[in-house]
Design a protein around this ligand. Structure first.
Ligand SMILES: *Cc1c(COP(=O)(O)O)cnc(C)c1O
Length: 402
């Protein structure tokens, strides 16, 4: 995210300067609304970057988390954690997969998926396993996941990169088939079902079906990063379900805990037994508080019909934006699925972030010129209309003033 420089002079921070932050500090929230420390109110079109599935201070989530904090926040993976069983069972039921490993972030889920792919290869006698990754991809900022990421800004200064990745363009089946014919070391295909940070670029559903067939033929793992697009955001539990495919490995994180840090690697039959005792671990992963947040998030989503809401209100929001911006020179495309929406402009538009905040709307700008909306899944039709009413004039004004 590129926030504009602020002219205001501020004291030297003790927090490392890794984000271009806006000079706004949020104090509390309720539903899809947040308030800053000066009492200014914002409509939350960002949801903490697709994290706050249930919005803020959800009346069903808060007491459940309070209950859990009063019982047990953390123990250790030396012991059985029944809530892990409960959440894994639920995720398997929803995805048709067979088992889950829990961690705390998206990059950690992806890092684990990459380890599974490499070990899957080694188990089959491939000494130097390679993984197909994509142009435009974002998978995280650890050394391995930034190597799998395509953004040169994410990689710059952190070489040498991890080897063992082959990069192809998205939605180009011939490119993957070419790798299949020429590279016997490939063990897995790894992609976001819908690219998020790369600018909201969906995989075509027929492309995913072809990839599934190719992976079956080649005995490769199909690994779908659903860290951003999963957990109901597109109107199905997982975005790949629109294509009718089932992956072998599915990393999850962002929306799974409604704000409590959590990640998961959900595995199908080909991947579920690749890791054994001693192969992988994490101190925080799977702790009772995070697991309770996951269990309750999924329960409340079901109870309150939030996937149907994401599909319906997402349709209203993207429809409203398309209508309000139709024919506006400089708007390239409004695209996405459900409540994962990108508005691509023909020029960098980082300044929109501050202007939207001034106008009382939280959003993000990704890939320099894509305005991204990933609000809580509880967004109402009225709130969607308010987003359009605030954002469309800002975009028109931005594009009109050179
Ligand atoms: C955000 C994101 C990640 C990284 O998640 P972190 O929790 O920030 O490590 C990985 N993959 C995708 C698709 C993401 O959107």
């Amino acid at each position: 995210m590129n926030a504009p420089e602020t002219t205001q002079s501020r004291p030297m921070p003790h927090v490392l300067n890794t984000y271009g932050r806006l000079p706004i500090a949020l104090a509390h929230g309720r539903g899809c609304w947040v308030w800053d420390t000066h009492g200014k109110k914002y409509l939350d079109g960002l949801g903490g970057i697709a994290v706050n599935t249930l919005g803020h201070a959800h009346p069903k989530l808060v007491p459940a988390l309070q209950d859990q904090i009063g019982k047990l926040i953390h123990c250790s993976n030396y012991y059985e954690v029944p809530l892990q069983e409960q959440l894994a069972t639920k995720l398997c039921e929803l995805s048709g997969l067979s088992g889950a490993f829990f961690c705390s972030t998206g990059l950690e889920a992806n890092e684990g998926a990459l380890k599974i792919a490499r070990k899957y290869g080694h188990d089959r006698g491939i000494e130097r396993p390679e993984i197909i990754v994509y142009e435009g991809a974002f998978h995280g900022r650890s050394i391995a996941t930034l190597s799998a990421t395509a953004n040169p800004k994410v990689q710059a200064g952190f070489g040498p990169l991890v080897e063992g990745f082959v990069r192809v363009p998205l939605n180009d089946l011939a490119a993957v088939e070419h790798v299949a014919r020429t590279n016997p070391n490939v063990v897995a295909v790894f992609l976001e079902t819908i690219q998020g940070e790369g600018g909201i670029h969906p995989s075509r559903w027929d492309y995913l079906r072809s990839l599934r067939a190719l992976c079956d033929r080649q005995e490769w793992l199909l690994m779908l990063d659903e860290v951003q697009c999963g957990i109901g955001r597109t109107g199905k539990w997982f975005a790949h379900q629109w294509a009718g495919v089932v992956p072998d490995v599915m990393p999850l994180a962002k929306g799974l805990g409604s704000g409590v840090p959590i990640g998961a690697i959900v595995c199908g039959p080909k991947a579920v037994n690749v890791l054994g005792p001693g192969n992988h671990g994490t101190t925080f992963g799977g702790n009772p508080l995070a697991m309770r947040a996951g269990v309750e998030t999924l329960r409340i989503m079901e109870e309150d019909g939030l996937m149907a809401n994401a599909a319906h209100v997402g349709g209203l929001l993207s429809g409203g934006l398309k209508q309000a911006l139709s024919g506006v020179a400089g708007v390239v495309e409004v695209r996405g699925a459900g409540l994962m929406i990108g508005i691509e402009l023909d020029r960098p538009c980082g300044v929109i972030l501050q202007r939207a905040a001034d106008a009382g709307l939280m959003l993000s700008v990704t890939a320099d010129r894509v305005i991204r909306l990933v609000p809580p899944l509880i967004l109402s039709a009225d709130e969607a209309a308010q987003i359009v009413a605030i954002l469309a004039p800002l975009v028109r004004e931005f594009l009109a003033t050179p």
